[in-house]
Design a protein. Structure first.
Length: 218
């Protein structure tokens, strides 16, 4: 059994976690052994391995969330989108849906995203592509939950504003796990844009975004 220091060095060299080095041999092989039906060659293999390497560390985070953040497209507002994390062929896949209405400006915004999630050193990385004419990319980095029960995930999101032009921006983001009793129809209906002081926004979420939005939103 290597010392704690050497175990850390081994894990860092092979780009795995120390916990995974202690996994059962068969479980470890199942996670890392290349499969003929999904093995990717060429430059894309670097990203493919990054997103396929640690599904075990993310399985406790699978499910539906409300994602909250601030966007220059909607000044002084909070955007709430719907996110679904699931496992598919050894990858953790993300699907997101956001919508926003502005009757005064006659704006109807609906965007769907799909992407992949990876775990590295206590952080969750999510990169998504929009199903839109522009097909822009976004990235979210979240801190892992400190408690056994996952309720809130906090971090930062980076993307481009849908209006008035595709301007890059970053914003604090906070995800809240959606209880299983909430139906899909109810979850979709709860997405949208909200005033900062809206009673529909969880006070924990509002405090996080208000305290960080002014100094982090670029």
């Amino acid at each position: 059994m290597p010392s704690a220091h050497n175990l850390f060095r081994i894990a860092r060299y092979f780009v795995v976690s120390e916990e995974e080095l202690m996994m059962d041999h068969n479980d470890f092989r199942r996670n890392y052994e290349p499969r003929s039906d999904s093995y990717i060659q060429g430059p894309m293999r670097h990203l493919a391995f990054a997103f396929q390497s640690e599904p075990n560390m993310l399985r406790r985070y699978l499910g539906f969330y409300f994602s909250h953040f601030c966007s220059p497209s909607w000044p002084k507002k909070i955007m709430r989108s719907l996110v679904w994390l699931s496992e598919e062929d050894g990858y953790i896949v993300s699907h997101s849906y956001e919508r926003a209405y502005d009757d005064n400006a006659n704006i109807r915004q609906k965007t769907r995203y799909a992407g992949l999630a990876a775990y590295r050193e206590g952080r969750i990385y999510i990169i998504e592509k929009a199903f839109s004419e522009d097909g822009f990319l976004s990235e979210t980095i979240l801190f892992t939950a400190q408690r056994q029960k996952v309720q809130y995930l906090r971090g930062m999101t980076l993307g481009v504003a849908a209006k008035p032009s595709l301007e890059p921006y970053s914003s604090p983001t906070i995800w809240k796990k959606i209880p299983e009793k909430i139906t899909a129809r109810e979850a979709v209906s709860a997405t949208g844009i909200f005033d900062m002081n809206s009673t529909n926004i969880d006070p924990i979420i509002r405090e996080f975004l208000i305290n960080d939005a002014d100094k982090e939103l670029l």
